[in-house]
Ligand binder design. Structure first.
Ligand SMILES: *Cc1c(COP(=O)(O)O)cnc(C)c1O
Length: 394
């Protein structure tokens, strides 16, 4: 079969109505136990010589439909769905990296991933070197004899920094290192890291894959070697499995992924341009703007568009809080990737526990706002942001 458009794949990926009495929506299988017709079949399921289901933690047909859908969307051989994005991240890292081995990761990225890598450094002696990930060569410079994994996140949370996936993945290949990309911000609509050479991708499906701010889930997709390792360790041994009800909801969200992303991209592009020209805005970070430091790389690797995430700086903490307090259509909240537009002031929310100096080091200026642009009317969103920007105290 020739490769289908992502609009078609989003709607049909994971479909298998003939296995479910023709049901157009895959049924939810809540069973935690599956019976065996006889002892030989039970033995075959246990030793893996026959495919099927026998125990809830190890999967069910609803979860398999979601995994097949994400594998198809990402161009992966296999996928594994888990209970959260962090279950996917901790699961893949601990499945692949041993004590005494080394990881290279971005200095600026989703803060809980940073905290997790620091945690396993202290607990298990798995050290991470944090580099300027906007320069692929900094990964090469950080390679040691014991380097096992390159972690990539692009665009990053919250600064929408861009890494060159194919350059980093090819440095990884030269050294026999596994490269894994967090594709949460871009989604497979905008960017497919596996086609650029990465070995695996992870998602916080809580964000765009689910898309409606109503579930928590994670997914790992990639080549069979990586997926066999994570299925054994992350799923079977660590047990971060997704509930079948949630797997169904993610699959339901994916049906409109392409449609939603097209609109997220268009709305964010328009709003980033508006913010770029607004006199109260000191800086706008959006990979689709020619002013973005890695705009060219973003244009090369983000084939669908530049995503729905924007960061912008209004100068001071008081101004940042004022925007947060004065928006009416946009909602003040810390997640992202849903149909509704939400924003947060990083210095008083996600990065409040850091000192101003630590924030500065992480590139989080005191007036930084992170905006997750939804699928509402772009003009109405811009009107709301303009009226809030018209009320800055400083
Ligand atoms: C939210 C997020 C995560 C963590 O996902 P959870 O579903 O909250 O566990 C990981 N990476 C990125 C880029 C995120 O935005």
């Amino acid at each position: 079969m020739s490769k289908r458009s992502i609009y078609t794949t989003s709607v049909h990926a994971g479909d298998d109505p003939s296995s479910h009495f023709g049901a157009m929506s895959v049924p939810i299988y809540p069973a935690s136990v599956y019976s065996f017709p006889d002892a030989d079949e039970g033995a075959a399921l246990h030793d893996g010589s026959k495919e099927g289901y026998y125990y809830g933690r190890l999967g069910n047909p609803t979860q398999a439909a979601l995994e097949n859908a994400v594998a198809e969307l990402e161009g992966a051989e296999q996928a594994l769905a888990l209970a959260s994005g962090m279950a996917a991240i901790s699961g893949i890292v601990l499945s692949l990296v041993k004590s005494g081995e080394h990881i290279v990761a971005p200095r600026s990225m989703y803060s809980t991933t940073t905290n997790f890598l620091n945690h396993i450094g202290e607990q298990f002696g798995i050290e991470t070197t944090f580099v300027d990930a906007t320069d692929a060569e900094s990964y090469r410079n950080a390679v040691r004899e014991n380097t096992k994994l390159f972690w990539i996140e692009t665009p990053t949370n919250p600064l929408v920094l861009i890494s060159d996936i194919s350059a980093i993945a090819s440095i990884a290949k030269e050294h026999g290192i596994i490269s894994v990309a967090d594709n949460t911000f871009a989604t497979p609509y905008n960017q497919q890291p596996l086609s650029l050479g990465a070995d695996a991708v992870i998602h916080s499906a809580t964000k765009y894959l689910g898309g409606h701010s109503d579930l928590t889930a994670g997914v790992i997709a990639g080549n069979a070697m990586v997926l066999e390792a994570v299925k054994h360790a992350a799923n079977k041994l660590y047990g971060g499995n997704i509930a079948p009800q949630v797997a169904w909801l993610v699959l339901r969200g994916i049906k409109t992924l392409a449609l939603r992303m097209e609109r997220h991209n268009a709305n964010a592009f328009a709003i980033a341009n508006m913010l770029g020209e607004h006199p109260a805005v000191k800086a706008v970070f959006y990979p689709g703007l020619a002013s973005h430091q890695n705009h060219e790389i973003a244009s090369r690797q983000m084939t669908g568009g530049y995503g729905g995430m924007i960061a912008f700086d209004v100068g001071t903490s008081a101004n940042g809080k004022s925007v947060a307090n004065n928006v009416e259509l946009c909602t003040l909240a810390t997640s992202l990737g849903g149909v509704e537009t939400i924003l947060q002031h990083s210095a008083s929310m996600t990065h409040a526990t850091l000192t101003p100096e630590q924030r500065a080091e992480a590139g989080i200026s005191e007036g930084l706002i992170r905006l997750s642009v939804g699928i509402e009317d772009a003009e109405e969103l811009m009107d709301d942001l303009r009226q809030a920007l018209g009320k800055l105290p400083d």
